[in-house]
Design a protein around this ligand. Structure first.
Ligand SMILES: NC(=O)c1ccc[n+]([C@@H]2O[C@H](COP(=O)([O-])OP(=O)(O)OC[C@H]3O[C@@H](n4cnc5c(N)ncnc54)[C@H](O)[C@@H]3O)[C@@H](O)[C@H]2O)c1
Length: 364
């Protein structure tokens, strides 16, 4: 009796559409005509009930569909097993099928849990993401990561790229300032990944961006999405180059954990970007002048760039990161703007870099 080894590859690809621009929401009927769903379920955030939700329902009715709506409270608390069970039950009881569409309308939290529900319901129904925060417009709406928090953050999830993504910067009008600014760390991250022209452009338009000038918002968000698309096209499941999207996030996650999640993601990543740029300076000679430019941009956006956490506590928190429970931390670090390396850093080296970086981030 021999052993049978079958090596096979199933390549699964499907088309998805991304529409970006002020007024992009008006393209929803065209997208629905393309997807031809039997039913539509809108999963949304209570903060949008009186602003954009009525418009979305009207657009859905234009293609002769009735919209079922479920409203969740916004915020991290919705990424729970209990929300998921509620969503699955509603989907079954309302007679949704694989041919139905889930329209996720909200920030990253709503998109993450709605995406998970859509990806698992009948092994996957149609999904349209309509992000309504800056963070979700530049990041969470695209790339397929869905998930909930169980014991830890994002511990259970799937990869399920939405069939369509509608990014309309006009939906950001109602965002409170502090929530809007949360997304700017990711924007700065994309600029470092993309290179000098984008960083320079961002420096030039930051004041208009903060005023939420429509044209500037549109241009910046489009550029961020181009960067993310070019990366996920090459590496969807984060086995290689997609790791660059974690720049600033190793230290950022450690700081979030240390604060027991009282420090917001955007603020933690902002500090993480500065510290990891300094680590990149120590390890790869990333120019200090560029580190200062990154720090300046983040400060202009009102984001913090220093921490009083100790190197030891950051190391201990990093060791709990699900990415590094075995082995050494692998950090995506810039050698120069637009050029990254994934560097496996010995814990001792990481500690010494952090010591220097933390001293520099406070002193200079
Ligand atoms: N899937 C991914 O690739 C990915 C990437 C990055 C982040 N995330 C996840 O995204 C989540 C954070 O997303 P977020 O920052 O958008 O938070 P969020 O969804 O909690 O939204 C922030 C706040 O803004 C409110 N809000 C949303 N849109 C609004 C609008 N247009 N007007 C007024 N208020 C509005 C919400 O009610 C909430 O209070 C985290 O759970 C994170 O893990 C996922």
């Amino acid at each position: 009796v021999g052993k049978v080894v079958i090596n096979d590859v199933v390549k699964f690809t499907r088309e998805f559409r991304v529409v970006i621009g002020c007024g992009a929401l008006n393209d929803l009927p065209k997208i629905l005509e393309w997807l031809r769903p039997h039913k539509a379920l809108v999963i949304t955030d209570s903060k949008l009930s009186n602003s954009v939700l009525p418009k979305v329902k009207e657009l859905i009715s234009e293609v002769g569909l009735e919209s079922l709506v479920i409203t969740l409270g916004g915020g991290e608390g919705v990424k729970s097993l209990s929300t998921l069970v509620k969503l699955w039950e509603l989907m079954i009881e309302s007679g949704l099928t694989r041919g139905s569409v889930v329209i996720a309308l909200g920030g990253g939290t709503v998109l993450d849990v709605a995406g998970f529900a859509a990806s698992t319901f009948m092994r996957g129904c149609k999904l349209v993401n309509i992000p309504t925060t800056l963070l979700s417009q530049v990041d969470a709406c695209l790339g397929g990561k869905t998930g909930i928090d169980l014991i830890g953050k994002n511990t259970v999830g799937t990869y399920y790229q939405a069939h369509a993504v509608v990014i309309d910067p006009e939906l950001l009008r109602t965002l409170p300032n502090d929530v809007f600014r949360e997304g700017i760390s990711e924007v700065v991250k994309y600029a470092v990944i993309d290179g000098e022209p984008f960083l320079k452009y961002l420096e030039g338009v930051m004041s208009d961006f903060l005023r939420r000038d429509a044209g500037v918002l549109e241009d910046v968000i489009r550029e961020c999405i181009e960067v993310k698309l070019s990366i996920i096209r090459r590496d969807y499941v984060e086995s290689g180059v997609r790791a660059v999207l974690n720049f600033g996030h190793t230290v950022g996650h450690a700081l979030e954990r240390l604060s027991e999640w009282s420090l917001s993601h955007g603020k933690a990543v902002s500090i993480g970007l500065v510290i990891e740029s300094l680590v990149a300076h120590k390890l790869l000679n990333f120019p200090l002048s560029d580190t200062y430019r990154i720090r300046e941009l983040l400060s202009r956006a009102g984001l913090p760039t220093v921490t009083n956490a100790s190197p030891s506590s950051i190391i201990e928190a990093t060791k709990l990161d699900k990415k590094f429970v075995r082995g050494l931390p692998k950090l995506p670090l810039p050698r120069r703007l637009g050029e990254f390396e994934i560097v496996e850093v010995d814990w001792g080296v990481f500690r010494r870099c952090l010591e220097v970086a933390l001293r520099m981030s406070v002193a200079s």
